[in-house]
Ligand binder design. Structure first.
Ligand SMILES: [Zn+2]
Length: 384
């Protein structure tokens, strides 16, 4: 028997390879057949609870965790109980809900019950014919980035271009201003689940590309090199951290075994050949380690130039922001092949991991990010 609501689900979701399982019991249907969808097993238990399983894409690493993103369809208004299980990882994210795949809210507290060891959680959801997306974080997939690229391309100072392709052939987009002798690089979404970092990056870019006197003075001096989405395959496939080559791209700076990091390495060569010197890199991420924000920076002893940039930047932010706690965590270089280590080692510049908390209030990101962007510009303009 084919139910009407199942047909609606199939017709309204974008056609993608149907790699994820789906299940239905005549009145409730679950699937993940959309970009960013993730579901590894799906079945109805005897007591009408839908049991879903999510596997980390690499369960060999000690801190593995899984993304989840699926859609619930029903034949009419009803309460649906869904148990999410993470056998080789844990429930890192608080569920986000959407009826249109664009606008999201946090699942209400009363509808989420987490198991004590964090291996599962049970959701009680009210669903009607409209259907409901349930996702670890908001789905910021190619549609979101395509919109953003149109916006960037519409800015009279920005050009967009494709600098390479991912493992599965998805474009790696660059937006940049005209060449200057000095450049500030903004990198986004190496890690697919780190959506709050992506939200912060977009606001940050808006401010830096904005019309204020400060932003215009900043762009007089510095070229902007903006890479919004470095891991498009990982985002589309619902990966936690990896690209389609099952590699953590933020461990591949130096080895350059993956086409995504190779594309950026080639861009750096190209900038050098054009006499453009990187002066600052901000690499946008998200973290479970701190509720609001962490900045992993060089230590004062590392002597990155401009000198003491990180402290001067973040101290001046601190003077302007109340009730939004962020942590400055300077760390000496390690052997890890991440952006922070690579750019510092190669250029001796501040290379900073800009981490938003997984569950930080999204309106607080929008509210406070402009201060971080403005003080970054002010501090960089003071650099000799
Ligand atoms: Zn990350």
């Amino acid at each position: 028997m084919t139910c009407r609501f199942v047909l609606i689900v199939i017709m309204t979701l974008p056609a993608l390879a149907l790699a994820h399982p789906s299940c239905e019991n005549g009145s409730v249907a679950i699937d993940a057949h959309f970009e960013g969808g993730r579901l590894d097993h799906c079945e109805f238990s005897a007591d009408e609870v839908v049991e879903l399983t999510f596997r980390a894409e690499d369960y060999r690493v000690s801190d593995a965790f899984a993304w989840f993103s699926f859609r619930v369809a029903t034949d009419g208004p009803r309460e649906v109980k869904i148990k999410l299980q993470f056998p080789d990882s844990y429930a890192r994210f608080w569920p986000k809900l959407s009826t249109d795949g664009r606008n999201w809210i946090r699942a209400p507290e009363y509808g989420v019950e987490r198991s004590e060891v964090g291996k599962s959680m049970t959701l009680t959801l009210d669903v009607d014919e409209t259907g409901l997306w349930v996702s670890a974080q908001e789905l910021l997939t190619s549609r979101y980035y395509d919109d953003w690229l149109v916006q960037l391309d519409g800015h009279f100072e920005l050009e967009t271009e494709i600098i390479g392709e991912s493992v599965l052939g998805r474009p790696i987009h660059l937006a940049s201003t005209r060449d200057k002798r000095e450049a500030v690089l903004l990198l986004g979404r190496q890690h697919p689940v780190e959506v709050p970092g992506a939200i912060a990056m977009r606001t940050f870019v808006d401010v830096v590309m904005g019309n204020s006197d400060l932003a215009r003075e900043f762009r007089e001096r510095y070229m902007l090199v903006i890479l919004p989405l470095i891991n498009p395959d990982g985002v589309a496939l619902g990966h936690a951290r990896h690209n389609a080559g099952l590699t953590d791209l933020n461990r591949d700076w130096g080895p350059f075994t993956q086409p995504e990091t190779q594309a950026v390495a080639a861009l750096l060569e190209d900038l050098e050949a054009r006499d453009v010197a990187p002066r600052l890199v901000l690499d946008f991420h998200a973290t479970k380690m701190w509720p609001t924000m962490i900045f992993y920076t060089q230590t004062p002893d590392d002597d990155a130039r401009p000198r003491r940039f990180s402290s001067r930047w973040l101290d001046s932010v601190d003077e302007r922001i109340d009730n939004f706690e962020f942590k400055h965590d300077p760390r000496p270089p390690s052997g890890q092949g991440n952006v922070k280590n690579y750019f510092f080692k190669r250029y001796g510049i501040p290379a900073i991991t800009y981490e938003m908390g997984d569950e930080v209030d999204r309106s607080a990101i929008i509210e406070h990010t402009p201060v971080f962007a403005e003080e970054m510009m002010r501090t960089m303009l003071e650099a000799p």
